[in-house]
Design a protein around this ligand. Structure first.
Ligand code: ADP
Ligand code: MG
Length: 278
């Protein structure tokens, strides 16, 4: 027997390295009229590196890095991995931590060497946004700012092409949704050609941004912080490599080979299959 068009489209998507979880999802992909993309790990590679450690008065850079790495060692966030890697590269001894807590879209906290350490977004702390276009995380020790760590991530090589292909396929303008600061968000948006940028968003704010439009909206993300938006989307798409377990489970589609440019291709496959079904 010949395979039904939506099932052969799923097989075809697989050849592009994209896992489509059901025939219903394969059909929904082609209904996409608006795309919302996360920044960190979605438009960027999700393999960020520490580029600066600026201690506050009375603190040393290595001390700030060591305490931050102690708190971040139990987090799977790409920024956490960058902080731990930087401490290891500098051969800084990372102290053991306890009472680890993580708040998606915000940061982490733990007791490190008997001190209360938090590593988190500068949002709402009054700490100035960096003017470099880097992501900044603020390290606080016993409630006082001890330093700021600057972190940079490379754009995916296929990000701009993927965004323009998605724009061609949809009726609404693509939108960038990120928990990162305005400046870093604006820089990435300009590089990929997105005009509608929302920065400083918490996970629930991403959901609101997805629901505010009437068009069926595809969300592409990778983080724990993206999971509620992936669930709220008409079609939720998770990036496979940087993707957190929660994002991969919540999403309807997983980009296993981790190529953003495969997403518009799969939307095209869906549209062709739907024409054959009708
Ligand atoms: P995005 O939406 O761009 O993927 P997230 O929502 O995961 O970003 O994170 C938003 C911001 O929250 C980050 O830019 C950072 O300032 C802060 N943050 C999140 N997780 C961590 C963490 N583990 N350590 C430090 N800061 C974090
Ligand atoms: Mg992300």
């Amino acid at each position: 027997a010949t395979m039904p068009p939506l099932l052969s489209a799923i097989a075809n998507a697989g050849r592009h390295g994209v896992l489509v979880k059901s025939a219903v999802v394969m059909e929904r992909l082609g209904q996409t009229e608006r795309v919302a993309l996360d920044k960190t790990g979605t438009l960027t590679e999700g393999a960020p590196r520490v580029v600066s450690v600026e201690p506050a008065a009375g603190h040393a850079a290595d001390e700030v890095l060591a305490l931050a790495a102690g708190a971040e060692r139990l987090s799977e966030h790409p920024l956490a991995r960058a902080v731990v890697a930087a401490a290891q590269e500098k051969n800084v001894t990372i102290p053991a931590a306890e009472d680890f807590q993580s708040t998606p879209g915000h940061g982490v906290s733990a007791t490190v060497g008997g001190r209360e350490v938090a590593v988190a977004s500068p949002r709402g702390t009054g700490a100035a946004e960096p003017d470099t276009g880097h992501t900044a995380v603020v390290v606080t020790v016993d409630g006082e700012v001890a330093g700021v760590i600057g972190i940079a991530d490379r754009l995916r090589p296929d990000a701009a092409a993927a965004v323009s292909a998605l724009r061609e396929l949809t009726s609404a303008e693509p939108v960038l949704l990120t928990g990162d600061n305005e400046r870093t968000a604006a820089k990435v948006a300009a590089e990929v050609g997105i005009a509608d940028v929302r920065a400083g968003l918490l996970p629930a704010d991403k959901v609101t941004a997805v629901r505010e439009a009437a068009q069926p909206t595809m969300v592409i993300g990778d983080g724990v912080n993206d999971a509620p938006a992936l669930a709220a989307a008409h079609c939720g798409v998770a990036m496979g490599r940087a993707g957190s377990d929660l994002a991969l489970q919540t999403a309807d589609v997983v980009v296993v080979r981790d190529e953003l440019a495969a997403v518009p291709k799969v939307v095209g496959l869906s549209r062709r299959a739907r024409r054959l079904v009708q």
